[in-house]
Design a protein around this ligand. Structure first.
Ligand code: PEP
Ligand code: MG
Length: 764
């Protein structure tokens, strides 16, 4: 059975068109189940009818002609209810509807199952038999299994097929929607430019050379040409981005200079391989090693390496990349958009990016955020070969594209584009200075610092310090643990940049989706495994070195606060404190003057929420990691796109956990901060203040909008909203309550467009 299914799925995957895929499905199922008929009906959205798309057994001339209204007939019953129907005497069922053109009067028994993809009913799969008999449980189970297996394939084939179909009939397709994952918020329109990778390494044929010196020379020329190109791209990007953001290109240059890549290529050339062959093997091997890593950050490095390898190959093959002709308003689309691809086009009015692979956390998305352009990632169903040159709307809020939008849809979106521009101008007017509520209550806005993002002077005036410095980036960017001195110099730079404001440095937080290439952690369930403080307490040598580096770095500025990630027990806090204490004494004994830093606990697992009162009496501050807390409270993997809809910081359960935490902090008279993504969402920020948080830590891009929102609310109003939200039954309700309050305050531009629209629809 499994084998039959596997072969069926494979055949459907390989099919060139939707029609071919559906024909394969009906013929194979009819054969396997030995029935008289197998047919597929798909919902035709333009007519809102179930259209017969393929059949084996009914009159083939009725394909694409015979159809049923949404609730009509047995097919309509299955399709509208989303439930299986199994009948031995179909013609006598009240819902039976006779379709003369299909010749189906001779069939007595009927089994229909819905084809459902992501809760959407795409169609109905039907088998019929001339004899009057009920299909068995096994037959039901088989058809349900087949329908579930093929639903994603049909969804994919259907969207590609729609484009094909319309092109061949000469009709202009309009408003074709594709779903991806929300990358960077914002809406843009423009022309699709599909960027093919520069050259394909896997296509290089193995070859030998008896002139290795010549090949070495060519390789070095190609390498320096790519380096020169990278420098040029980096320079042109630096006109638009902060230095820290373009530092990524320095990393690329280092990758090219790194002995692992060029050294190994040269060695293989010397042993008789041509430059292209040697390059292929070295790059693909390195890529495979990076891809095998669990960590998303390091997986991204595989993409970068592959891109660099292809660029060198293109030079070796003398392929011209300069010949690319970009349209005026570019929507850059690729299987895997790389930062270099983005750099090539940026000065030529890049409007948005769309990537089939990648996530909102990838570097290219971070660069796009810096450039202020929307991005849709993970658009897996997008048919790259059909899309080039099409006019598109990219909706980075919803993670959606609309191909060839109709005038009506375009007008709707144009309003969103205009609104975004107005909001940007409005946020530029936000006065410098700290954030206060309308009635003057001070809210400490803090910065989530990382390897990216310099602050402008105005942004710096908004903040009261760094609320989260993720030290793991220093560890991830190396091929071994950084030494104490290396760490010390990184930490010192960060502490001095923000002194005298406090800087919260989190101790190494690896495990989960972050593992080091030189310290691999392989687990079945990494998010429930060896993570954060669990790792560093088991490896005191790593922890002690890091604390020594932090305390030494702090000797001049004195603004360090230490934060412990993934605390689940009081013992972990106590054990960490003992080690920190030990370092203080050790350094003092060495004659280095150090002050005892404040030590805080991250509240990011449910046990820490319930222990918050005890933790608060022993810690100097609390800081909620709402990304992980939401993940663990709602049991939803924060990196899994399939359940991304369930990940909801507004969920009342999350808010109630936040309330318990803030109350514990307030009772113990210590600061309570929140440093997850929620803090940077203006709607959430107002609620958080109402829940009792007095420090919100966020990325630099969020500061102005959060300050703007807080300035429009009285503290009393924030608290009233929080009370209502805590009593709500769903995240949706909470969002509506807060969204409504924003609309009343004329802050509608800060409300996500889809929520805003729902309010407008209610009024009209
Ligand atoms: C969090 O979990 O909310 C957090 C701030 O930490 P990270 O995202 O680095 O896990
Ligand atoms: Mg976390």
């Amino acid at each position: 059975m499994l084998e039959i299914l596997r072969r069926l799925v494979q055949a459907v995957t390989d099919a060139a068109t939707l029609d071919e895929a559906l024909t394969i499905i009906v013929t194979r199922i009819k054969d396997t189940m030995q029935t008289g008929v197998c047919s597929v009906y798909l919902l035709d959205e333009s007519t809102d009818r179930w259209l017969l798309m393929a059949t084996d057994g009914l009159n083939p001339d009725s394909v694409r002609l015979a159809s049923l209204a949404r609730t009509e007939g047995l097919v309509g019953t299955v399709g509208s209810r989303g439930e299986l129907v199994n009948l031995d005497d179909a013609p006598n069922h009240p819902a039976f509807r006779f379709l003369r053109e299909t010749g189906e009067e001779i069939f007595q028994s009927f089994l229909g199952v819905p084809i459902v993809h992501q809760r959407e009913i795409l169609g109905v799969l039907v088998v019929q038999q001339t004899t009057q008999r009920k299909f068995s449980d096994e037959e039901e189970a088989l058809l349900v299994t087949v329908a579930a297996q093929i639903s994603a394939l049909i969804a994919h084939a259907k969207v590609s097929g729609r484009l094909h179909l319309s092109q061949t009939t000469g009709e202009k397709p309009t408003d074709v929607h594709f779903k991806g994952v929300a990358g960077i918020g914002g809406v843009a329109t423009g022309t699709a430019f599909v960027r093919q990778p520069p050259a394909i390494l896997r296509r290089v044929k193995d070859a030998k050379t008896d002139q290795p010196e010549l090949e070495l020379g060519e390789f070095h020329i190609a390498l320096s040409e790519v380096k020169a190109e990278l420098r040029q791209i980096s320079d042109s990007l630096s006109e638009h981005l902060a230095r820290k953001e373009t530092a990524l290109f320095d990393t690329y240059l280092r990758m090219l200079e790194d002995h692992t890549l060029s050294g190994e290529v040269c060695q293989r050339i010397r042993s008789g391989e041509t430059a292209t062959t040697a390059l292929k093997y070295v790059v693909l091997d390195l890529v495979a090693r990076f891809e095998a890593m669990d960590d998303t950050y390091l997986k991204e490095r595989a993409t970068d390496l592959l891109d660099l390898g292809r660029r060198i190959l293109a030079k070796l093959l003398h392929e011209q990349s300069e010949a690319l002709e970009y349209p005026d308003d570019v929507i850059l689309i690729a299987e895997d958009v790389t930062p270099v691809m983005l750099g090539e086009v940026v000065t030529k009015s890049l409007k948005a990016i769309v990537s089939i692979k990648g996530s909102a956390n990838s570097h290219v998305a971070i660069l796009a955020r810096g450039l202020g352009i929307p991005a849709v990632m993970g658009a897996v169903d997008l048919p790259l070969s059909d899309i080039s040159g099409a006019y598109l709307i990219v909706d980075g809020w919803r993670g959606e594209l609309i191909v060839e939008p109709s005038e009506h849809v375009l007008a709707e979106y144009q309003r969103a584009i205009d609104d975004a521009a107005i909001l940007e101008m409005d946020l530029e007017q936000v006065e410098p200075g700290a954030a206060i509520t309308e009635d003057g209550a001070r809210v400490h806005l803090m910065l989530n610092a990382g390897p990216f993002g310099d602050l402008s002077d105005r942004q710096r005036s908004f903040i009261d310090g760094v609320g989260l410095y993720r030290t793991e980036f220093i560890f991830l960017a190396r091929s071994r643990f950084p030494t104490e001195d290396e760490q010390e110099s990184e930490y010192r730079a960060e502490l001095e940049t923000y002194a005298p404001m406090p800087v919260v440095m989190r101790t190494l937080d690896i495990g989960g989706d972050k593992s080091l290439p030189y310290f691999s952690i392989e687990e079945e369930n990494p998010f429930l495994g060896w993570r954060g403080i669990r790792v560093t307490l088991d490896h005191p040598e790593i922890f002690l070195t890091q604390i020594r580096a932090m305390l030494r770095a702090n000797s001049g500025s004195g603004n360090l606060r230490i934060l412990l990630p993934m605390i689940t027990t009081l013992e972990e806090l106590r054990a960490s404190r003992v080690l920190i204490e030990r370092v203080v004494l050790e350094l003092r004994a060495e004659g280095i003057s150090v002050t005892k830093p404040e030590v805080g606990v991250m509240i990011e697992v449910p046990s820490a929420v319930y222990l918050a009162p005890e933790l608060a009496t022993e810690a100097d501050f609390l800081s909620v990691g709402s990304n992980d807390l939401t993940q663990y409270l709602l049991a939803v993997d924060r990196t899994n796109a399939r359940v991304a809809d369930i990940f909801d910081g507004f969920h009342p359960a999350v808010l109630r956990a936040l309330k318990i935490t803030s109350t514990a902090g307030v009772n113990a008279n210590i600061p309570v901060a929140l440093c997850g993504e929620m803090a940077g969402d203006p709607l959430a920020a107002v609620l958080l203040v109402g829940l009792g948080f007095n420090e919100l830590s966020m990325s630099s891009a969020a500061l102005a909008s959060v300050k703007r929102a807080l300035g429009a609310f009285h503290l009393r109003e924030c608290r009233q909203l929080a009370t209502k939200a805590l009593a709500s039954e769903s995240g949706k309700n909470v969002l509506r309550i807060v969204g409504h309050a924003f609309m009343e305050k004329q802050l509608h531009l800060l409300v996500p467009p889809n929520l805003r629209e729902s309010f407008v629809m209610e009024v009209s």
